[in-house]
Design a protein around this ligand. Sequence first.
Ligand SMILES: [Zn+2]
Length: 322
Amino acid sequence: MPNLTRRSLLASTAAAALAKGTAPAAAAAPPTGTQTPGVYRYRIGAFELTALYDGIWYRPIGDTFIRNAPFAEVERALADAFMPADRLTTPFTTLIVNTGKKLVLIDTGTGGQIASTAGALGDNLTAAGLDPGAVDQIVISHFHPDHINGIKDKDNALIFPNALIMVPAAEWAFWMDDANLNAAPADLKLTFRNQRRIFSDIAQRVTRFEPGREILPGIEALPAAGHTPGHTVFAVHSGDQSLMVLGDTAQHPAIFARHPDWQAAFDIDGQAAVTTRKKLFDRAAADRMLVTGYHFPFPACGHIVRSASGYEHVPVEWQPDL
Ligand SMILES: [Zn+2]
């Protein structure tokens, strides 16, 4: 065959089509107007993990958002990260761990009750070939609504009807205490009331755990208080591989890994949140440990490295093979 350039090949094809009285096939396909499923699968040793995207929320923020930095610095950090001003980009990614014996869901997404742009967990579960009824165990990092609302739909029906639920004992003790509810400012009272809506009538499904030990085979709970009093992270171990499930140790890494000293208004104990963040990030960086963060960009998985002034999140490469 002669050595045809692409242009001459196209020209000769078009000329042939014209000669036959037919036009070349139209190249324009109609736009679909919809996003593709948000599912990413990877392995830790013998465990198969599925990251499931629930959606994103652009949380309004103002000059009280960071307690210990001027808002101009926050605005600069948002601009440096190509994020909208006056909004905190807040994606949600939950994680399914298939240990071979149990299907474990770590945090449950928004249940479609936080933002119109979130609530895709169910669709993505289906796209991943998983049935909500097959989830044996739900493990909760802390009691903020974006982590627990996916236990129930807006009509209070269980979304994972067969799952038992494990929660940090300190988280239950703090939030389910009516004295703490009564002492809370009005906006935080909503959080307390939401926790009662989720947990009060299903308490028999809920067990409370102390961090510092393995709570399920291959899943170790580690104390990470600060963001909330009982905030907990999880180390998933199988074979010689490990993953740190960071929960809300840092919100979006483009803001809070780069500025690890920043104390956000939503951290109950800002100084403790900073201490926990640095401790866990130092460990992840030193051990070159794979990490996932609930509010990291999808698939929310990667590594943490030190930088001159803080840390950077280095996302995973998409792996075609497990
Ligand atoms: Zn959160």
